[in-house]
Design a binder for this molecule. Structure first.
Ligand SMILES: *Cc1c(COP(=O)(O)O)cnc(C)c1O
Length: 407
């Protein structure tokens, strides 16, 4: 067998990822930074007078969410001006960060991707563009707590609470000053709506963060959904594996495993968020039969870089999380500094396809105005579609003819 051609092709393939290989290890992850993160955790623990046991207790983490500028300044290096800006922005948009997520931030790096997602900036305050409800959620709620935009599936919003409040939050108008879980009576009406509409086969519990509910409330909800014969699958929307992995307790896993098929979609945006603790939470969920997906948001200065996105999606697969969507950032008031152009998203997708595992490739989505639905933004690989032939473009940009016939 003559392998000359194959060997030449293998050399050519190596060259297509030489640029990535050259910088791959310079993109920090929660694993490569773990030593530093552990040191910061010690420091924050001391500051809050907490024991090691407290630290791993998710309720302790929620109770000690940092939402005070002075306290923050004891962990993160802030100039007096930054501190003023945090206070100013805090008067308009809520902020709060659990100690775990705070520990991921490099205190000296003002461009830290975790910091940009969690610490308020004056740009939010002064942003006059955008709408508060660009997807008209008000107009797509046929029953309390329900958002319905599709024929066979819907969302039940179960809480407005999160372990940390994302600065790019697309639902920030729901994140009021008070933590509130949706009341039982509203949940019951929502469940009745699901029961009364037999075409609904997929119910997504989200919020806020669905895993902010107690195990008991979640179990009640999942059991009620299991009683509805036409509900085939259930999903949870949660950022807990990223922001508060200690919420994934043995009890929670045991309870969730009784309600399969269950899918969890989470929200990692940068490889720095993939830590040993996040990995443990994801593997625990996977071990009890839960399928994990990731919904990232394309954010300027955080992940609008083809190499960072490639690394993120590869690292996600290592912790058993399947990249599902990359959302284009919507036009929500206070978030315009994160917005990119659609071309940037397309370019990122083009630098994934072919270059890395198909499993590591999510779908890039723009949410249509007025709640008309998720719309895929696709790179063009079909150049022309003729009667007897199609012209295709390969991932390496080779334009090729392809016979288009049935026999
Ligand atoms: C995103 C979303 C869903 C789920 O959509 P999939 O594409 O099936 O993941 C369902 N309902 C609403 C209102 C949504 O916004």
């Amino acid at each position: 067998m003559d392998r000359t051609t194959a060997l030449k092709r293998a050399e050519e393939l190596k060259k297509t990822i030489a640029d990535y290989l050259a910088i791959k290890d310079t993109i920090a992850t929660g694993f490569s930074r773990w030593g530093k993160i552990r040191e910061r955790q010690e420091k924050i623990r001391e500051l809050l007078g907490a024991s090691e046991k407290d630290w791993f207790n998710w309720r302790w983490q929620i109770r000690h969410r940092i939402n005070d500028g002075e306290m923050l300044a004891r962990v993160i290096n802030l100039s007096p001006r930054e501190l003023e800006e945090i206070k100013l922005t805090g008067s308009k948009f809520r902020w709060g960060i659990v100690p775990y997520y705070l520990s991921l931030i490099d205190p000296d790096d003002e461009k830290d991707p975790v910091r940009l997602q969690s610490i308020p900036s004056a740009r939010e305050y002064y942003d006059c563009t955008g709408e508060l409800d660009p997807m008209d959620e008000e107009l797509t709620s046929p029953a309390p707590a329900i958002t319905r935009r599709y024929p066979d599936r819907l969302i039940i919003n179960v809480t407005n609470q999160c372990p940390m409040y994302c600065r790019h939050c697309q639902r920030r108008r729901n994140i009021g000053e008070v933590d509130r879980h949706t009341g039982r009576s509203d949940l019951k009406v929502a469940l009745e709506y699901v029961a009364g509409n037999p075409e609904i086969r997929d119910v997504l519990l989200t919020g806020g963060d669905a895993l902010m509910l107690s195990d008991d409330t979640l179990e009640w909800l999942l059991s009620e959904l299991d009683k509805i014969p036409h509900v085939e699958i259930k999903r949870l929307g949660t950022r807990v594996p990223v922001s508060l992995p200690y919420r994934v307790t043995r009890n929670l896993c045991r309870m969730l495993s009784k309600h399969l098929p269950l899918y969890v979609n989470t929200h990692f945006n940068h490889p720095l968020e993939i830590t040993p603790d996040a990995q443990e939470a994801c593997l625990d969920l996977a071990r009890c039969g839960i399928n994990l997906g990731n919904q990232a948001v394309l954010l300027k200065g955080i992940n609008n870089d083809p190499m960072v996105m490639r690394k993120l999606n590869q690292e996600l697969l290592r912790i058993m999380v399947r990249p599902y969507y990359i959302f284009h950032a919507k036009n929500v008031q206070g978030t315009s500094h994160f917005r990119t152009r659609v071309e940037e998203g397309i370019e990122i997708m083009e630098k994934l396809r072919g270059y890395t595992s198909g499993l590591a490739i999510p779908t890039y989505i723009v949410n249509a105005p007025h709640g008309y639905g998720k719309t895929p933004m696709l790179a063009e690989y079909l150049i022309s579609l003729g009667k007897n032939k199609v012209v295709i473009r390969t991932w390496e940009n080779r334009i090729m003819e392809y016979e288009n016939s049935e026999e």
